[in-house]
Design a protein around this ligand. Structure first.
Ligand code: HEM
Length: 243
């Protein structure tokens, strides 16, 4: 008898784990239904659907890169104030005086570039394999939202160094947004917070970059992963074999 089974068999164990002994497949399935943490998982997943050959782990790579961006981004937040008076100087200080500043900033930048690549490659892999077809079509739509959020994170982060490149790139980008039919001008005005790129724009981009967009991304990724695990159970064997 394994150690965990022994613990489960005690009175204390029984009070904590309200799960039947996992002897038969039915018991294992019942365990999933009864457990709060496991309820997001399907009772069964086809082994092939979680292999490297099937996914190239590109979705996982996107997730790991996002984790790296969150950790390095939090470190950078300690040394950066989103105001035209200080932003440019803060970045110089991070590069030259802050402990591990240049290293962490480079991790942040490279992770951002690689995340855009990984997400695009993940999308291409899903498309090539036909994994967007029923019953996964809703997860494809969620994926498109994730792609947009990833690109918006890159775009909003681009302004923060407050150098010439950032200033003019965002001037061009927000002007392009202004040409969107029907509500383009409103979107541009909301982003800029004034007639041109200025202190209000920097603050807005900062809040979008460090709070609004990452929070949205975490929420949407959670739904994405939940759907992936649930849908993985519904795919026909033949579709997985062909992939
Ligand atoms: C922040 C961006 C994204 C993250 C973190 C992410 C994460 C993941 C992960 C971890 C998986 C599990 C399988 C794998 O590793 O490939 C997955 C599956 C999937 N993703 Fe994404 N994804 C993202 C963006 C996208 C985009 C842009 C699309 C397409 C428009 C997409 C469509 C799908 C679909 C349809 C599946 C299910 C594939 C299957 O079941 O075989 N995802 N995603």
């Amino acid at each position: 008898m394994k150690v965990m089974d022994r613990i489960r068999a005690t009175t204390v164990g029984k009070s904590i784990f309200r799960v039947p002994d996992r002897v038969t497949e039915r018991d294992r399935a019942a365990g999933h239904w009864a457990s709060f943490l496991l309820h997001i998982y399907p009772v069964k997943v086809r082994r092939k659907e979680i292999t490297f050959r099937y996914t190239w782990f590109l979705g996982v790579a996107s997730l790991v890169l996002f984790g790296s961006l969150v950790v390095s981004g939090i470190y950078l937040m300690f040394f950066y104030v989103p105001s035209p008076a200080s932003a440019y100087g803060d970045i110089q200080t991070i590069q030259t005086q802050v402990a591990f500043g240049q290293y962490i900033r480079n991790i942040h930048r490279w992770s951002a570039h690689l995340m855009v690549l990984a997400v695009a490659a993940h999308m291409a892999r899903v498309f090539y394999r036909g994994a967007y077809k029923a019953p996964k079509e809703f997860n494809w739509v969620i994926g498109v939202v994730l792609l947009v959020l990833t690109l918006l994170l890159s775009f909003t982060g681009y302004l923060l160094p407050w150098d010439q490149l950032a200033y003019w790139a965002v001037t061009v980008g927000t002007s392009m947004a202004g040409y969107v039919p029907l509500f383009g001008e409103q979107v541009r005005d909301i982003l800029l917070g004034g007639p041109t790129v200025g202190s209000a724009t920097l603050l807005r981009f900062y809040v979008l970059h460090v709070a609004v967009l990452p929070t949205l991304l975490v929420v949407v990724v959670t739904v994405h992963l939940w759907r992936w695990r649930k849908d993985a159970m519904l795919t026909a064997d033949s579709e997985v074999e062909d992939a």
